[in-house]
Ligand binder design. Structure first.
Ligand code: ADP
Ligand code: MG
Length: 702
């Protein structure tokens, strides 16, 4: 544990340095060409890489390898194969072929496919994503070589979250390069997206966690009254980190650094027992892999410390839930951040062009972004009583807003690239300070100096979906704008015209005020911005013609892939609520109600005992309590019966949309109706008879 950071960083990664050291020059060059330029990988090259990878992994203790992929479950999947192969004389040799590196064939039939399986073969294929480096995973199973892969059906339909992400990265690169070429930056041949995902999470005591079925089965508390203290004192945010948590964080960092994850920042978050980890940004697909590893390591390492890590979006009612901030920008292969305003007017103009494209993208496809942040858990945050609001708007800061206003107001003055000066209403943009004071924490999509921060994602989600949408919608906006620019006779004039018109058409998406206020709800409605309140209401946009056209045009999702994903989303929602409802039924009928019945008996016994001992004694306190508790108990039983009924009814519904809507509209409210009397009872009943740890126990006793 005392090893130097620089020495342990990336030691479990088959990264470029290792490849350079272990691959023949020609092989390395060929692989690098595939990684950087997407050239097809030669089978012979794969053979050599596989062998080097195997030797490296075995030296580090590996016995198995796995294609590591990201099916629609949202968590990663792996099937381990050992390197052994029979050899003459009853012996074995360690083998790993190029074929095994490039392609795997896990059985796809047990992963969500949203109907794709009915149409196509159950067989699924994993294909090596060589742009994300292979790594070693160390756990009780030993050391395993993990090869990041994409997961597709026999006929090439994506069955995972990675494939569409990679396709969207190609799409945005293509369009951004076109724009850069038009701007005269002929040296730009590729544009990638940088992503840094800030991860929020809760850490609680494992022993207490194990006493709560709701946490075990659903990841959140389905019952629980607020303790006298919540987060109102704001004393947890950035507070001193408790010793036990610090030890966990230390080991987590080391584990992540070994995996090449640039874990950078850690701090306590707003709610008690809540924390955050932020890495330094990397390319979108690697950031996606890394975020999955972060989540996995958090759980694994918490466990080693007798702790439990909760990644659910809303583990506890009444205190903040957990989100994930997706910081996103575009970077050229020449190292230029296209969301950096830059120092020259020429750079400024290009920046405004890209900024306008993002505005257009977010305004036109707010619904898709909203969906990309939807999980059953996030329904408790978005549009409920907590940040961020469900309405998508964009914050760009006062400075930039003024610049855009000036820009629109300015006439079509002549612009000259040659003399490096242009009258675009502004000469050079004022330096946009990264830590400008006007940062808006209530905006779901905020410009923060040289990147956008999409703040709606839920803590448990893969970031692949959101970045796939973001990349595609920006690619599309750039495409439309580039088409026009290409046709223009006068580039300089056309650029200004396009930016001006795009900003004018889409400025309704820009909002700097308080995103949580009621005024904004009304204002957003006036502006015609969608306010999609729940996951089930968000799903239909996926299969609208406009989405089918969009994703089809850029080769990100085919129509059937979209249809299958809509189906999977409905399924995910229904299953999640069904499990929650059933857990509530179980807990209420086997734990809470029996405990309260026992308590009422002890109250009744006490009344009788006191009366017997002293017939004139005042037992009004016990009597009153007994009455109140009995009323709530009856209420709980009634709500339980109702929930049972509704859950049964839901199961009988036709799957897909109908069922999901029923779960959302009928079962979910029935769950809340059961929670209410039980939580009230928790406040009345003797703590010693309460069958599970309280919020106070869970949140404050780590
Ligand atoms: P903030 O305080 O705005 O959240 P930080 O600088 O702490 O800003 O960054 C938060 C996250 O954003 C980090 O993961 C960081 O690596 C990432 N980030 C910073 N710059 C970029 C960029 N250009 N593109 C993508 N992500 C970025
Ligand atoms: Mg942030």
């Amino acid at each position: 544990m005392e090893e130097k950071l620089t020495e342990i960083f990336g030691i479990d990664v088959f990264d470029e340095a290792v490849m350079l050291e272990r691959l023949p020059k020609k092989t390395f060059a060929a692989l690098k060409n595939t990684i950087d330029n997407g050239e097809e990988l030669d089978a012979q090259v794969a053979e050599v890489v596989a062998n080097a990878m195997k030797d490296w992994a075995i030296e580090k203790g590996a016995t198995h390898y796995t294609h590591w992929f990201q099916p629609m479950t949202g968590v990663t999947a792996e099937k381990h194969d050992s390197f052994i192969s029979p050899a003459p004389g009853g012996k074995v040799i360690m083998e790993f072929s190029g074929k095994a590196l490039i392609k795997g064939e896990p059985d796809a039939s047990s992963f969500p496919s949203g109907g794709l399986r009915a149409t196509f073969e159950a067989r699924g294929y994993t294909a090596w994503d060589c742009t994300s480096p292979a790594f070693l995973k160390e756990d009780a199973a030993g050391v395993t070589l993990c090869i990041p892969t994409a997961f597709c059906s026999y006929t090439g339909e994506a069955l995972d979250k990675k494939t569409p992400l990679l396709r969207s990265m190609e799409a945005i690169s293509k369009q951004a390069v076109r724009v850069m070429q038009l701007f005269g930056n002929t040296d730009v041949t590729g544009v990638s997206c940088s992503v840094g995902a800030e991860q929020e999470y809760f850490i609680i005591d494992k022993a207490k966690y194990l006493q709560r079925e709701d946490l075990i089965f659903t990841g959140r508390t389905l019952f629980g009254a607020m303790p006298p203290k919540g987060q109102e004192l704001d004393d947890h945010y950035f507070g001193t980190i408790k010793e036990r948590i610090a030890a966990f964080m230390k080991e987590l960092n080391i584990e992540l650094w070994k995996l090449g994850v640039l874990a950078k920042t850690q701090h306590n978050e707003a709610a008690p027992a809540q924390h955050e980890l932020a890495p330094i940004y990397v390319t979108a697909n690697i950031a996606t892999d890394h975020n999955q590893l972060v989540m996995e390591c958090m759980k694994k390492i918490a466990n080693r410390h007798g702790l439990a890590c909760l990644l659910h979006e809303k583990p506890f009612a009444g205190v903040n839930g957990s989100g994930k901030h997706d910081n996103w920008s575009m970077v050229t292969n020449t190292g230029k951040n296209l969301l950096d305003p830059g120092k020259t007017p020429q750079d400024n103009l290009r920046f405004l062009f890209f900024l306008a494209a993002v505005m257009k993208a977010v305004d036109e496809h707010a619904d898709l972004l909203r969906l990309s942040a939807s999980t059953p858990g996030n329904d408790h945050r978005l549009g409920a009583n907590e940040a961020p609001p469900a309405i998508i708007s964009m914050f760009i800061g006062e400075q930039l807003e003024n610049v855009l206003n000036d820009f629109i107001a300015g006439g079509t003055a002549a612009i000259s690239k040659q003399i490096g000066w242009m009258n675009i209403g502004v000469h050079t943009l004022p330096e946009l300070k990264k830590d400008a004071t006007d940062r808006n924490r209530t905006s779901p999509f905020a410009f923060t100096g040289n990147k956008f921060e999409f703040r709606m994602l839920g803590a448990s989600m893969s970031i692949a979906g959101a970045n796939t949408v973001l990349n595609t919608i920006v690619a599309d906006a750039l495409c439309t704008m580039a088409d026009e620019l290409e046709r223009a006779k006068d580039f300089d004039k056309a650029v200004v015209k396009i930016i001006r018109r795009t900003v004018e058409e889409h400025r309704r998406i820009v909002f700097s005020g308080n995103g949580y206020s009621d005024e904004w709800m009304m204002e957003a409605e006036r502006r015609g911005l969608p306010n999609i309140k729940s996951m089930v209401e968000a799903i239909p946009c996926l299969i609208e013609q406009k989405s089918i056209d969009l994703f089809g045009k850029h080769g990100v999702y085919s129509k059937i892939e979209l249809e299958s994903r809509a189906e999977i989303n409905y399924e995910i929602y229904s299953k999640a609520i069904n499990i929650e409802a059933r857990t509530m039924i179980e807990m209420a009928s086997k734990l809470y109600i029996p405990a309260v019945i026992k308590y009422t008996k002890s109250l009744a016994d006490s009344i009788i005992a006191v009366k017997t001992a002293v017939p004139s004694a005042d037992v009004s306190v016990q009597e009153k309590l007994l009455k109140t508790v009995s009323v709530l108990l009856a209420g709980a039983q009634e709500a339980l019966d109702d929930l049972r009924e509704k859950t049964k009814e839901a199961a009988a519904k036709e799957g897909g949309k109908t069922q999901a809507n029923y779960f959302h509209g009928e079962v979910f409210p029935a769950m809340e109706a059961l929670r209410r009397p039980v939580d009230e009872l928790e406040m009345l009943v003797d703590k010693s008879v309460w069958p599970v740890p309280s919020y106070g126990d869970l949140l404050f006793e780590v």
